[in-house]
Design a protein around this ligand. Structure first.
Ligand code: HEC
Length: 137
């Protein structure tokens, strides 16, 4: 008789962790994960300041980066983008921004941003937090 209980225990042992895992995964997918340090990101932004502002509508050599996290590429009004960027179809989330800022020319070939890219991933994580924060208030 004892043997009858074994399969039940086995099924429970297999399905319970699976349910717990599914619940764990539901949260990060729903919201974008911004984990960087805003203050440090502001310092990293010094490398971008020659060409970009975070003020709405204020373009320089590069477009305003106000609200860029979550925006579609090439979406700033009155900025004359290259065809490569405006037709890239990209949406700037954490993943695409990280790729672009690591290697601008490799990620969007033919774009006209003269910047070689950032080497440290931590700098990019912090920078994204700053860009996200700058559009909040
Ligand atoms: C030498 C000037 C220059 C520097 C420095 C520079 N950029 Fe740019 N950036 C540009 C130009 C010009 C474009 C538009 C490119 C195009 O249209 O092909 C651009 C485009 C972008 C875009 C896409 C914007 C959109 O509306 O789709 C992002 C994001 C961006 N830059 C982020 C940065 C960040 C962050 C830094 C600093 C780490 C930086 N850039 C440094 C000139 C620059």
């Amino acid at each position: 008789m004892q043997n009858l209980f074994r399969p039940v225990a086995l099924v429970a042992a297999l399905t319970l962790p699976m349910i717990a895992q599914a619940q764990d995964q539901a949260t990060p997918a729903a919201t974008m994960e911004i984990t960087g340090d805003v203050k440090k990101g502001k310092k990293v932004f010094k490398k971008c300041k020659a060409c970009h502002t975070v003020k709405e509508g204020k373009n320089k050599t590069g477009p305003s980066l106000y609200g860029i996290v979550g925006a579609s590429a090439g979406g700033v009004e009155k900025f004359k983008y290259s065809k490569s960027l405006s037709e890239s179809g990209l949406v700037w989330d954490v993943e695409t921004l990280t790729a672009f800022l690591t290697d601008p020319k490799g990620t969007v070939p033919g774009n006209k941003m003269s910047f070689k890219g950032l080497k440290k991933e931590k700098d990019i994580v912090d920078l994204i937090a700053y860009l996200h924060d700058a559009a909040q208030g």
